[in-house]
Design a protein around this ligand. Sequence first.
Ligand SMILES: NC(=O)c1ccc[n+]([C@@H]2O[C@H](COP(=O)([O-])OP(=O)(O)OC[C@H]3O[C@@H](n4cnc5c(N)ncnc54)[C@H](OP(=O)(O)O)[C@@H]3O)[C@@H](O)[C@H]2O)c1
Length: 239
Amino acid sequence: MRDLTDITVAITGASSGIGAATARALAAEGASLVLGARRVDRLDDLAAELGTKIAVVEMDVREPADSSRLVARAFSSFGRLDALVANAGIGAYGGIMDLSDEQLREMMDVNVAGTVWPIRAAVPGFVEAGGGDIVIVASVAGLRGAGDEAVYAATKFAQVGLAGGLDRELREFGIRVSTIAPGGTATEFAMGAGRTPDMPGLADMMRAEDVAAAVVTVLRQPTSMRTLIWSMRSIKEDD
Ligand SMILES: NC(=O)c1ccc[n+]([C@@H]2O[C@H](COP(=O)([O-])OP(=O)(O)OC[C@H]3O[C@@H](n4cnc5c(N)ncnc54)[C@H](OP(=O)(O)O)[C@@H]3O)[C@@H](O)[C@H]2O)c1
């Protein structure tokens, strides 16, 4: 397995849930991290918890320039960028006519454009370095449609399509593009937009740490091979 000590990984949406758990798991492997999200106070707390090889960037994934700052910070702080975890995302449950224009616009902007901008920022450095990893945290909703989350599913299908296309486009440069497609995971995701903290289903979901372990496992594969899609569910969840 590949040693992750001293590689540098940028993570979007590192302020909570799967992104924060991924930061903890990668820090335990010895990686240097650049943590991006809007809630910088949470990123600062996480950085303080994790120690020295952590940089924090306040960013909104909807802004291309913010992604450029995320990548630039990897080079200015650690001299390199080896992997990008495009994890930031939002969800809201409801039928196509139930959600507001603004909710749908934000979901499409954050989940689709907010995946494209960080990747575009990272690719030139990966090409120059002769390789790199892009790990996209998509969803089972990106593999099959589901009622009450059709637009969310559309954004996640977009991520899966993006990953498939980029694999074909970037493999010749040694760039691996992997998609993680988790089922329900007990995080703050969609709280107030379809989920509640006390809903019974949360206890049956996967933990953020389970998904983070998958990200680590993907990155630890020898660079002579690549993982395309890792679809994962709680034992309690249907397919
Ligand atoms: N939880 C699930 O059931 C589940 C299942 C499958 C897939 N996923 C996917 O997993 C990913 C992580 O979600 P999670 O479950 O860990 O939820 P979460 O705890 O709510 O985390 C979402 C993260 O995305 C960040 N984010 C949201 N909008 C952003 C923006 N405009 N700019 C920058 N960062 C932004 C948030 O940071 P700030 O608010 O601080 O900016 C936060 O760190 C998402 O892509 C989600 O679609 C989740």
